[in-house]
Design a protein. Sequence first.
Length: 344
Amino acid sequence: MTSTRRMRSLSGIKPTGQPHWGNYFGMIAPAVGLAAEAEAYYFIADYHALTTVRDADALRSDSYEIAATMIACGLDPESAVLWRQSDVPEVCELTWILSCVTGMGLVERAHAYKDARAKKKEPNFGLVTYPVLMAADILLYDSDVVPVGKDQVQHLEMARDMAGYFNAQFLGNIGYDNEGVWDGKGLKRPAARVQDNTAVVPGLDGRKMSKSYGNHIPVFIGKKKLRKRIMAIKTDSTPLEEPKDPTTCNVFQLYTLFANADEQAELAAKYRGGNFGYGHAKLELFAKADAHFAPRRERFDELMADKDTLEDILRLGAKRARATAEPVMERVRSAIGLPARPIR
Ligand code: ADP
Ligand code: TRP
């Protein structure tokens, strides 16, 4: 059975604080872009956030913040399906089923788990299961492509592996013919979609931008704070009058995210020409970033001031997501030998 529906793009983002430029360029903007050519399924990964979050009010309000960010950044909630992960509880059922076909060796290789062990932190079991829940997120909706930053590619590979284990163990074959065409019976294996230029957005200190490093620039901070964050980007101590190398400069790298090729070439020439300081480059970055985000910030503030509307959008999204998940779960239950769901 081959499907005639459009390609389906699916991704998730954890409600763990204000989204930052890494989230925006790594996931949000590519996901919104894909919504023009694919069925868009995007969700707020509140179950995943529970591996760390212990503040109920923060979880609630950060979930709205993610929804408002996605919409302010151009996602149309009428055509896209936008929901909270926990509103479709079937994802937990599929997590359990996948955990029964997944070896410990696979989850022990996950970067987050290995990092926790290396730092001698006792990981909670949620962190161990994290990639299985993520595979369930992806496989529950027969996704085709998953737009994410580079750090999530390993999880994507694991999801593909788990689909293969499920198909092999319950249906006796991997579920794909020699041309790579899916037979429509078991679980569908998606592909990662990582954009080269934004695979890893650097933070203020040059390491990967991340909330956990505190080196991030939130997408919707006010103008003043934005300027202050940009001024805090680390640079080397080359004196103002000397030529500088744009390719090794953090400020320049961030500038390329907002600027077209001509603008990039122009700024690179200023770096190489001398008498141009990092402070000047930072001001150019600030102007570009502010122009990019200011109109979106306005929309974001409007959305955040109307939580009832956000709640309605998320509930309707959950209903639509659940309608897509149901037949997949029926397929899964039937392959395993579990009873079909009683009619509700
Ligand atoms: P954080 O590392 O700040 O906790 P998340 O893990 O919630 O961010 O990431 C959400 C999405 O944003 C994922 O798709 C992830 O790959 C992407 N992402 C996060 N940080 C970056 C970055 N610095 N560069 C590119 N993509 C990123
Ligand atoms: N693990 C992802 C992150 O930290 C969030 C996520 C959860 C996700 N489930 C997903 C991303 C499914 C893509 C698809 O960013």
